[in-house]
Design a protein around this ligand. Structure first.
Ligand SMILES: NC(=O)c1ccc[n+]([C@@H]2O[C@H](COP(=O)([O-])OP(=O)(O)OC[C@H]3O[C@@H](n4cnc5c(N)ncnc54)[C@H](O)[C@@H]3O)[C@@H](O)[C@H]2O)c1
Length: 471
């Protein structure tokens, strides 16, 4: 056989035309990763319950936004599930359906919202206080927002120092509180005739803590909750309650939460998809756009100084050094993973990377993030780049919440369990299997996300090799 370059079939003796045809097809398939059977995906029938610990700026902007889109009052800008297309086949095929038409996602009309907060404010009051959306828009979605009254929260001020509120569960051990959350979930599902449920943490950032012995196994975790182990954070009790109730879980904050063996094993055991941590919205979003570009061109970097001012409740919570430490860890890890200084010591080993966040009430949710980037080029000549992003935190986060709940529900119906690395696209500190480094490059993340959707549907994966156009 006139062997193709790199083909592994040269040594096969050809005895029939049929076999020859098979081998030719295989060689072609290798450039586009072969079509396979689609994954069985249960239909998105009935209501999808979205349960949210933390009825604050992000969650109310998300809920109000969905209600506004349903009424034709705005566009779901920033949401892949609502606006993005996915290319299928070759570039010459001109086949790019909407993602929402390609995979069976829950419809916005089928979403039902509920949640917990330490404050008693309804979602309408919380949205009004957050001052993200105009009051004229909020008035038009007032009724569905007013009907969302937060359930009593599981809260521990050791984990969020700067706030305290009256709407909390006070009775019993941490284990009793987990059972009470499971009861809340059951009641919410029953009252709203829910078919499926997803939980997403939009609560405040908890203080930094590391995995410890109590987080190792489900048995040690449950035993720890019974004796009120201080290493078990409220967000971990919500995650446990969700997983025990058969509910997929996502974490929008940098907290440790379910990134511990006990809860990851529980998710796998129960066949539940999970993902996290920390929505990738303002400054880190910019970092993951810019840093892969500098590295792609083999430009060096000696410093990246990032500072933020923000005046919402999130900013107030982050004034506490413990909560800031959680945020700092996720924000700092990004550059190291993208730039790989161990592979490129001459370009990145001396990088000085600092992140600051300051609470500055006049700005409210309209954060300002400044970046000063010191890069160097040919023969080490230095250059500077300044970025000043006048962003709106919750406006950037809301579409991420929507996509995450819809994709997690899809993954669940597709029988996918454990960490969903294909959802790294949405996170500052993507969860990943032990021994792997996280993928932070947003363009690789997007390719991974879209290829996972193609894989689910049995479509050809797109490698961007493109040799077939020049055959
Ligand atoms: N907005 C963004 O761009 C963005 C980006 C990445 C991460 N985040 C994270 O998302 C989370 C929400 O941000 P936000 O701006 O909506 O903050 P927010 O302060 O407006 O809302 C958080 C809410 O969580 C509540 N809460 C705290 N602990 C709780 C508990 N144990 N149970 C139930 N409720 C609890 C608070 O009372 C508050 O109402 C924060 O952790 C933030 O760091 C936001």
């Amino acid at each position: 056989m006139p062997g193709r370059r790199g083909s592994s079939v040269k040594t096969v003796s050809i005895t029939s035309g049929v076999l020859f045809l098979l081998i030719t097809l295989t060689a072609k398939e290798r450039t586009k990763l072969s079509t396979r059977e689609p994954v069985q995906i249960a239909p998105a029938e009935g209501k999808l319950g979205i349960l949210i610990p933390g009825i604050g700026a992000v969650s109310t902007t998300f809920i109000a936004g969905v209600e506004a889109v349903k009424r034709g009052l705005g566009q779901p800008v920033g949401s892949l599930t609502q606006l993005a297309t996915i290319r299928l086949g070759k570039r010459t095929d001109n086949n790019s359906p909407y993602i929402r038409d390609f995979v069976p996602l829950a419809k916005l009309d089928d979403l039902v919202f509920g949640g917990w907060d330490i404050y008693e404010d309804t979602a309408y009051e919380a949205a009004t206080n957050a001052k993200v959306l105009d009051s004229s828009l909020l008035e038009q979605v007032r009724s569905p927002l007013e009907s969302i009254k937060p359930m009593k929260a599981v809260f521990d001020q050791e984990y969020v120092k700067r706030i305290n509120g009256p709407n909390v569960k006070t009775k019993g051990t941490k284990y009793d509180k987990a059972l009470a959350l499971m009861e809340d979930i059951k009641n919410f599902q029953k009252a709203n005739n829910i078919s499926r449920t997803v939980m997403i943490w939009c609560g405040s950032t908890e203080v930094f803590h590391r995995p410890s012995a109590v987080h190792e196994t489900l048995a040690s975790f449950e035993e720890g909750m019974r004796r009120n182990d201080p290493e078990i954070a409220p967000s971990q009790i919500y995650a446990y309650a969700a997983l025990m109730s058969g509910v997929p879980f996502a974490n929008g904050a940098p907290n440790l939460t379910h990134d511990i063996p006990a809860l990851l094993d529980l998710a796998r055991e129960r066949g539940l998809p999970v993902c996290g941590k920390d929505f990738k919205t303002g400054q880190t979003f910019m970092k993951t756009l810019l840093a892969p570009g500098f590295k792609a061109r083999m430009l060096g970097m000696s410093g990246w100084f990032s500072t933020n001012i923000l005046g919402n409740r999130d900013g107030e919570v982050l004034e506490d050094p413990g909560s800031f430490k959680s945020k700092e860890e996720t924000k700092l890890s990004v550059l190291d993973s993208i730039l790989q200084p161990h592979l490129y010591p001459d370009l990145y080993k001396d990088l000085y990377h600092a992140v600051r966040i300051n609470y500055y009430p006049p700005r409210g949710d309209a954060k300002e993030g400044w970046d000063n980037i010191d890069i160097f080029g040919w023969l080490g000549y230095p250059m500077q780049i300044k970025v000043d992003f006048l962003c709106r935190d919750s406006i950037l986060a809301a579409p991420l919440v929507l996509d995450l709940v819809l994709f997690l529900d899809l993954a669940h119906r597709a029988g996918m369990r454990g960490i969903q690395e294909w959802l790294s696209f949405y996170f500052k500190a993507p969860m990943h299997a032990p021994g792997l480094y996280p993928e932070h490059d947003i363009f690789i993340q997007l390719m991974k996300l879209k290829n996972t959707l193609r894989w689910m549907r049995g479509a050809d994966l797109i490698t961007h090799l493109g040799l077939e156009y020049y055959d």
